[in-house]
Design a protein around this ligand. Sequence first.
Ligand code: ATR
Length: 272
Amino acid sequence: MDKYLVFGNPIKQSRSPYIHQSFATTTNQELNYQSQLAEPDEFATAVLQFIANGGKGANVTAPFKEQALVLSDEVTERARLAGAVNTLTFDNGKIYGDNTDGEGLVQDLLRNKVQLANSNILLLGAGGAAKGVILPLLAQHPSSIVIANRTLSKAQALIEQFNDSRLSVCGFEQTSAKTYDLIINATSASLSGKLPTISSSLITENTVCYDMVYGKALTPFLAWAKAQGASKVIDGLGMLVGQAAESFRVWRGVKPEVETVIEQLQATLAQE
Ligand code: ATR
């Protein structure tokens, strides 16, 4: 049976084995998907060991996504621009690196009927999470993407890699100069229970707000956006399942249905 793994540290919390086994069942694919803890300085060794044991592919999560890029013999454009690899495929003695995070976000936005073509998007954050979604978002033909970051120079350095006139940057305090159809929180602020400090005037009844983080309750950003009257608030659970679905497609050539898995994970989260 074809073997897959997710590498990370920590890894116990990973929902990827559950998600991929569910996809395998619904698409009638025979595969085995496990999780593996890798020590910080032993990631490459662990991957090579898995290849030697017949592994077909692996997902990579924190803190190894940048190391996975370096380890890859060939990478896709979206992985190169993300500066990170979350999907490895092992074939003919070579390691192929891809990044499905941005496509996972795009698919989840489309699933939620969020219009991306001709939209004005505000992306909060300029770290790894933001970087990974820019190319897939641009591919949906938005009118503009403004990247706001606490440290402006980081946002500036980020857009210089893309050389696309639809991209611009600003600090959090300047974000209220314009209105946006979609605001995506790609900062890690939610992880520490904090809010990116943007003006409440940005949120109108036409604004969709998305947080890449998810949890049992609404994230601080989404709770705030909802209180300001946002038209819709969406958390990152669907993005998690979406990136897994895109990895599954890369490996197996079939696109699994995501709705049932998202519903099951929502039910599990509610009980935790
Ligand atoms: P990730 O891979 O999750 O993006 P990262 O690369 O460390 O993690 O980036 C974290 C992002 O969250 C950065 O954009 C960071 O802003 P700075 O570049 O100014 O550090 C942002 N961030 C983290 N905590 C934040 C907070 N409390 N308010 C606003 N932005 C925050």
